[in-house]
Write a protein that binds this ligand. Structure first.
Ligand code: ARG
Length: 393
């Protein structure tokens, strides 16, 4: 019998896919990736496993990939200041190549000839999965049931699940399509498709709205070493705990919400909202520290790299030669990105209020307007003459 490894989430779609693939003559092995989607509250992986087996899977792999996700995907993106279209911190996009890599690995181990995923034909995630699988093993067949199956609505899928006794919790209404991991939450569909409508409060899962947050600000200091966050308020944390902690604190102060109309890779514009408290805090602090320690030309050039880097992540090109080359550039910029940034979290905003680094390029004796001034203002005259010379008629 042909074997297929399915990226399984435990939801309605992928549960129906298990059965659907079986009907097509495949033995189905489910792969469940733990990328921190429980977000501190924990995900019930044993229930997910049971559901996969009940749906007809022959075997279920559940793998905690959080540390690998953080070290090999999130940290490079943070160092690169990778933000798509100025707002999206790429939580979903960063997770896909990692899941795809494991699909390929499990397929090899199980001698499976195919991999499958539950993405629709309209989004970016199908591209990310399939391009990655194609790069890592072009010989594997890729099946995307949602693009080709007969179900036209959620109701039809529920009917199908009932018919095959797949245990699905359909009592919960599903107003939105949600993807979550430790780096953030992506929320779309439902009323969010109406551009004229402000996202209702109930669409947000881990951040408080500004009316529900404290009337007093919270100060928090992040210490970085070579571009990697190490401490909060002087206390060392393992990266996973550091991110979880910042998700909690940031969420409490309403930090990390984004609402945007973004350009999908397949040419569709879509409205999506995001929650990424830790990612927002860390990106803000990291960028502020860079402002202090990178010289002007390097800092400005790095912004160009950031833009391209964010596109490559969004476009599913994590394992491309260009992305690898850009990592080389980014890493070479992080040697001096060590020091602390203090941030003020208040009613959804996150702003730096102080920065310090042993590698600081800030020289008060040059910038000051006070008595300690050491800048020779007379030199400016000649500089300006030469600088402006090419433009004089
Ligand atoms: N638009 C985001 C991206 O392409 C998130 C996609 C998944 N979103 C969701 N709500 N299921 O990375």
């Amino acid at each position: 019998m042909k074997k297929v490894v399915l990226a399984y989430s435990g939801g309605l779609d992928t549960s129906c896919i298990v059965r659907w693939l079986k009907e097509k003559g495949y033995e189905v092995i489910c792969f469940v990736a733990d990328l921190g989607q429980g977000l501190g509250k924990g995900e019930d992986f044993s229930a997910i496993e049971e559901r996969a087996l009940a749906a007809g899977a022959s075997k279920v792999y559940i793998k905690d990939l959080q540390d690998e996700f953080i070290e090999d995907f999130i940290m490079p993106a943070l160092k690169a200041n990778a933000i798509y279209e100025g707002k999206y911190l790429l939580a979903t996009a960063l997770g896909r190549p990692l899941i795809a890599r494991y699909l390929v690995q499990v397929a090899h181990k199980e001698k499976a000839s195919a991999v499958a995923h539950g993405c629709t034909g309209k989004g970016n995630d199908q591209v990310r999965f399939e391009v990655t699988v194609g790069i890592l093993d072009p010989g594997l067949e890729i099946i995307a049931p949602v693009r080709e199956w007969e179900f036209k609505s959620r109701e039809e899928e529920i009917e199908y699940a009932r018919m095959y006794n797949i245990p699905i919790d359909v009592t919960k209404k599903k107003p939105y399509s949600i993807d979550r991991n430790i780096w953030g939450i992506s929320i779309e569909a439902g009323v969010l498709e109406n551009l004229g409508q402000e996202p209702p409060e109930d669409a947000y899962l881990i951040t408080k709205g500004p009316t529900g947050t404290s009337s007093y600000p919270k100060y928090i200091e992040i210490y970085f070493e070579k571009g990697v966050p190490k401490k909060i308020d002087g206390k060392s944390y393992k990266l996973k705990n550091l991110i979880s902690h910042l998700n909690e604190v940031g969420g409490l102060y309403g930090v990390g919400r984004a609402d945007l109309v973004e350009n999908r890779l397949v040419g569709i514009k879509s409205r999506e909202i995001y929650e990424a408290p830790a990612a927002t805090i860390l990106h803000t602090a990291h960028k502020e520290l860079e402002s202090l320690v990178l010289d002007r030309e390097l800092a400005h050039f790095k912004e160009i790299i950031s833009l391209k880097y964010s596109e490559l992540v969004y476009y599913g090109l994590w394992y491309s030669p260009l992305k690898k080359a850009l990592d080389g550039f980014v890493d070479s910029t992080q040697g001096n990105v060590s020091g602390s940034v203090k941030l003020k979290l208040f009613k959804g905003s996150c702003t730096a209020v102080s920065r310090e680094s042993a590698h600081s390029l800030y020289k008060k004796e040059l910038s000051t307007y006070g008595k300690e001034d050491k800048f020779n203002q007379k030199l400016a005259e000649g500089f300006i003459k030469i600088w402006g010379m090419p433009y004089k008629r």
